[in-house]
Design a protein around this ligand. Structure first.
Ligand SMILES: *Cc1c(COP(=O)(O)O)cnc(C)c1O
Length: 501
């Protein structure tokens, strides 16, 4: 390496196969979102947290931990500004009562509640911070144009992004969701969004259609040029953007510290981490936390009936040639998990990534080399839970611990149960709890044998009454908000909206 004395963080594209890959700063990676070659940005090397770092982190609150961990990745940001942004993002106004909580369940399991934010799903943790990171990045790089953020959502990202970017200077946001592929409350949350710089529309098609539509726009040099000519730049907020992924690393580290403080584990003990997975972003963030030094034994990648990832990790074959099934876990109804590309590149390098991604788009599948899969399987196990398993887990967990699971979290719990039966590995396990059960109240009621109400709000009331648990305030607020956005469009019209005034 020629720049060995330069120890600043650099980001490279997963598809850059040149001898000297183009290296950019984190601010540039966050602005660009997707690389010009269609690849995703990854850090050239992953920074470490030492024993000393852990000691320091133990005594910090969440915003402090976030700034501390993020500073290692975003070393071109001013540390004080980073802290200021984390404090604002993770305020009690945005997260009530705190950004995350770790709840002890029976059988060596811990629920890492990531849904105390304004949209009641884990994406709030990244999307309250990311607009601030972007805003800083635009200032640092001297960008004068307005940034137009395009988002494809399977339900939860959309509202979290619309909230996060609402009325942020220098930015506007357009959010696309599959018209019939999100839950009623998710749709209402988006349609009632406020803010003068936001717009949202349903698209006729699946999430994969919507995501590929956005990806096509964002990776077209012609369209970028056209946008620039009109005075703005196009950007992304999906987990293809590094700025979206990196805040997620923080909560795994923070949860581990919390378990140490609570005396549940000793510093250095290895834990398992189970994540209900769609685009592979959240679980990849957990893996990156491990690469930084977090003691993890195994990652359990949990899928619903759209079990492409289960098949991939178990057989090495990634096959997208299958019909998307609509499930009670819509945020995981995904066949093309974009962040697998990052995993492959981290394990196998850019050349292999380009080869496999090319096969995927040309033939609809690829078979990864056995050597690569052996390496991946040293860390990752994969299981899936079908609709019946998921419903059963919600019921059993309520009976056992009096703890309400949303269906996504239940998929993870069901996968842990299967993993344990298979392997006998019953290490303490952190389960990423990705949404409030109230966001999916009709399914949760079904699982518990409670009759739903005539609409989503009545159903939430009934669930609350029967279980003695509280409806999160942000969900009750949707009830009285006016619907602003009713548009349903064809996939072909997304492009036009990307150029909206
Ligand atoms: C987005 C989402 C997931 C999937 O997360 P990925 O990072 O896409 O793997 C799981 N559960 C819920 C509730 C979500 O909103």
């Amino acid at each position: 390496m020629t720049e060995s004395e330069d120890d600043t963080m650099k980001y490279i594209s997963t598809r850059d196969t040149s001898a000297n890959p183009r290296e950019i700063s984190s601010a540039e990676a966050i602005i660009e979102g997707i690389a010009p070659d269609g690849g995703l940005y990854i850090p050239k090397s992953i920074p470490r947290i030492s024993a000393g770092d852990f000691d320091a982190l133990m005594h910090m609150n969440y915003p402090e931990r976030a700034a501390y961990v993020l500073a290692k990745f975003l070393d071109d940001y001013d540390i004080d500004e980073l802290y200021e942004d984390c404090e604002k993002a993770y305020s009690t106004e945005n997260f009530s009562p705190s950004p995350i909580a770790v709840k002890k369940l029976s059988s060596n399991m811990y629920s890492l509640e990531l849904w105390h934010g304004r949209t009641c799903a884990f994406k709030d943790l990244a999307l309250t911070l990311m607009p601030r990171l972007l805003s800083r990045a635009l200032k640092t790089t001297g960008e004068k144009k307005t940034m137009h953020i395009l988002v494809a959502t399977s339900g939860d990202t959309g509202k979290a992004a619309l909230e996060g970017y609402r009325d942020i200077d220098g930015v506007k946001i357009t959010c696309f969701y599959p018209a019939d592929g999100v839950s009623e409350i998710q749709k209402l949350q988006m349609q009632t969004s406020s803010g003068k710089n936001v717009y949202t529309a349903g698209v006729r098609g699946s999430f994969d259609d919507v995501q590929s539509g956005v990806k096509t726009i964002l990776s077209s040099e012609r369209l970028h040029a056209a946008a620039e000519a009109k005075g703005y730049i196009l950007g992304s907020a999906n987990s293809i953007n590094w700025g979206r992924l990196v805040p997620q690393v923080v909560y795994y580290i923070s949860a581990y510290c919390d378990l140490c403080s609570a005396g549940e584990i000793e510093t250095g003990d290895r834990v398992n981490i189970a994540v209900p997975t769609g685009n592979f972003g959240n679980i990849l963030a957990a893996y990156i936390a491990m690469k930084m030094g977090l003691p993890v034994d195994r990652f359990i990648c949990a899928s619903n009936s759209n079990n492409v990832l289960t098949d991939f990790i178990n057989t090495g074959v990634y096959d997208r040639r299958r019909a998307l099934q609509k499930t009670i876990t819509p945020s995981m109804d995904i066949i093309l998990a974009s962040n697998i590309e990052r995993l492959i590149c981290l394990f196998g390098g850019a050349e292999l990534t380009v080869d496999l991604m090319e096969q995927l788009s040309r033939k609809g599948y690829y078979k990864a080399p056995e050597g690569l899969m052996d390496e991946i399987r040293k860390y990752f196990s994969a299981y899936s839970a079908n609709e019946d398993d998921t419903m059963a887990e919600i019921y059993l967990e309520w009976e056992k611990d009096g703890y309400l699971l949303d269906p996504h979290t239940a998929v993870a719990l069901g996968s842990v149960v299967k993993f344990r039966l298979d392997t006998g590995n019953v290490k303490k396990t952190i389960i990423a709890s990705t949404a409030s059960p109230y966001k999916f109240a009709p399914s949760v009621c079904d699982a518990l044998g409670i009759l739903s109400g005539k609409d989503i709000f009545e159903t939430m009331d009934i669930l609350s009454e029967k279980t003695g648990t509280e409806i999160p305030t942000p969900l009750t607020e949707v009830r009285t908000k006016e619907i602003r956005f009713r548009d349903i469009i064809d996939k072909g019209d997304m492009m036009e909206l990307a150029f909206r005034k």
